[in-house]
Design a protein around this ligand. Sequence first.
Ligand SMILES: *[C@@H]1O[C@H](CO)[C@@H](O)[C@H](O)[C@H]1NC(C)=O
Length: 209
Amino acid sequence: MIRHVLLFLAFLSSSTSLANSITDLCVADLKGALNPAGYPCKKPPLTVNDLVFSNFKAGNTSNILKASPTPAFVAQFPAVNGLGLSAARVDLDAGGVVPMHSHPGATEMVIMVRGRITTGFIAADNSVFVKTLKEGDIMVIPPGLLHFQVNAGGKKATCFVTYSSPNPEPQILYNALFGSSLDSDLVARTTFLDLAQVKKLKVKFGGSG
Ligand SMILES: *[C@@H]1O[C@H](CO)[C@@H](O)[C@H](O)[C@H]1NC(C)=O
């Protein structure tokens, strides 16, 4: 009996130091250099708060998109470092839009929480997959494909999104074309858009060239 009690106490004392002995957990040290495997590990001891993100809230939607994407990528939520996953929430006002973009290395799953959102992607063979989602729906966006979301109702809408990468930084199409320094003439020639229209959009989205 005493022996069992001692074993139990030994178990208790080892479990209190569990956080230090989790070798498959590498909470990011964001001051370290980012490399393809992620960030270096934060030095122990870790606490449970290293594993909790408390800012998964609706952001400010007073912007051109009428939307507030709230990322919980490795930069905001260092616990996902090296774990192959992350999340975001997207709140859309009436008329809100998440513009055409892709996550080059990440599959995405859209989990509807409230309201109605039309989301879709264009596959590499240009077939189109579009659906208006409501609470209870989830949808997969394959990796690397251009996709978008728009509010499909007259009320606020929210979805949560998960990614198969801790760092699924989006490439946003209008920023790439009109917010970059790529020469306007090259943008016009490679998109078949009118040069004057390209120059107008360069001004609107802060590009140069
Ligand atoms: C939201 O952003 C707008 C525009 O930047 C700003 O005027 C407003 O004060 C912000 N609202 C909140 C609640 O932060």
